[in-house]
Ligand binder design. Sequence first.
Ligand code: GCW
Length: 689
Amino acid sequence: MRHIKFIITLCLFNIFILHSNNSYRGENAWLNYRFVEDSVLRNDYKTIIGKIFLSENKFGDVIKSELKISLIKLLGLEVYFTNNVEEAGLCIYIDKNVKCLRKEGFLIKSNDKKIILQSFSDEGLLYGVFYLIRKIQCHNSLKNLNLIEIPQIDLRMLNHWDDIDGNIERGYAGKSLWKWTELPEKIDKKYYDYARLNASIGINGVVLNNVNADPRFLRDDYLMKISALAEIFRKYNIRIYITANFASPIKPSKTPDEMKAWGGIGDLDTADPGNENVQIWWKKKIEEIYRLIPDFGGFLIKANSEGMPGPQDYNCSHADGANMLARLLKPYGGFILWRTFVYNKNVDNDRMKRSYKEFKPLDGQFEDNVILQTKNGPLDFQVIEPPQPLFGAMKHTNMAAELQITQEYTGHSTYLVYLLPLWKWFLRFDTYCEGKGSTISKILKGNLYGRNITAIAGVANTGSSVNWTEHHFAQANWFAYGKLAWNPDVLENSVTIEWIKCTWSNDIYCVETIKNMMCSTWKSFINASSPYGLGLTMDIPTHYRADFNIRANKEWQVDNIGIGNDRSDKGSNFVSQYYEPNSLIFNEIVTCPEDLLLSFHYVEWNYIMKSGNTLKDDFFYKLKSGIFQVKRNIYLWKSLEKYIDYVRYEDVLNSLICEKHDATRFYCDAVSFFYSRINMIDINQINKF
Ligand code: GCW
């Protein structure tokens, strides 16, 4: 009888496992704690971390709860916390002697029997615990560890482009996570999960709302809502920031819709940063914010850009505007993140030159709590574009890089495009601003110019989708961004493998195959949509597909002789914004890296490329690579069917099928454009796919 009961229980258990696997929809992202099947490994872990000592610290509750959730799922282990350091296998404590770990770092030492996780402050413990859990998720040994992890960038932020009405600008994963109509009374469980995911990869700041800032976010009712979120995020060492509309002190406009551009929430007729009443207005507003949110991070501001108000409306400079606010925030430890994304056409005919021309003369004029937040390239998050020359040029100003995690120009949530290779390529770029080896990574880490505060921002790709990012593989971009923000020099391969193991599977074939699928997607997306860095090729307004038709001879030149942008000293001379030897290298067609050839040069179709083929042949071959890539990915993904849970397998397969369909369509459109408008190739080149 007992025997039968046992068999029935086992069957039910199996059905439960099968069922839960079949219905898993990716909601845990990389905190997908799967049972460690290997019993030897599992017992190894269990013997060492069966008993845990955790010293008093402000993240104690979160740490305990994460250890409980993870260890029961990963190892079937009920965590036992002890006050006895001697008997504990895992000892987690603060040591005020290890100042070198700074505020958020940690060290881990272990032998066969004991693991010591130490930090100088509470924050380090939080990050150290997530690090250890990830080691188990990756099936790495916890024995004989001897490592130190210190974040290389101070402010590691996500920027949400979320609007007050719940929409997300350039968001492809549903509605905003922030339910403004329910807050502050109703707290969605997802806020906690979101904070957990971010803390687990070291994100410590979140800008809640769109840079196209609705001034109503600064109204007292919204500040109450924001402070409710701050209360949750604080538990995970995440500070809240808000984007502020520069015209906020002005009287409200007649209709709320007009508010963005024309009105504020105050009672003044001006937002002139030099005006005393304007300063008093901001002072009071900032006091009010800190009363509600004592650890408020500061404001992110988009000023005099794409119709947003700013100090230039009052004949003041960006520095005047940023400094006025920065001085008011300084006593509270707040920051101004001032965006350099400006492209006023009166400044220069070449859009690539505009931001540098506006900001370079202001170097040294900004307060020390102002950080200039600068997109990686001088255009606008293109799939590839030259690194923004302001990095390196601003020797006396805090500089943050703004990367785009949401795939505005890289296939939205339909295409699988892994962005880590792009970001690593950008960070490795040698600006030569202080001689050889002056990489952007060093600038961001503050090493080169000895900056006191360093920052990085990623435009978030999260939304209300069950799996946060809609495409399961888009979670990888969020994860990779966090790891990169922690350490810009982190190895690409290790991040990718870690993500795959934590998210999908530890099986070697599975890991290798998924990695294989991801790693060439950036290059193939460049080739299919913006070969040789042509830039600004995507359609308006969605930026989803390459539309060579509407952009031709507007954003770049094309005819039956050649294609590209002349930014050499014979053209717009954008090259001169770089330090030597970059300026010289980019200036000549023969020395310019081919990846960026068409960003800097107009090149004849019959020019012989490094491959030995003409530009024309290689260009058209490249256009096809989106199709090659996705066909290959479908083949690889299908080989993984038995390893992947049902819903996620089907979801990804369906996305790939969609991607293939779109890639084929866009290739045909591109080829027929060059045939019909430029009259340069045979229509027969449009193959049937
Ligand atoms: O190019 C543009 C995007 C806008 C975005 C802007 C910016 C939030 O298409 O959607 O606005 O960049 O970065 O400010």
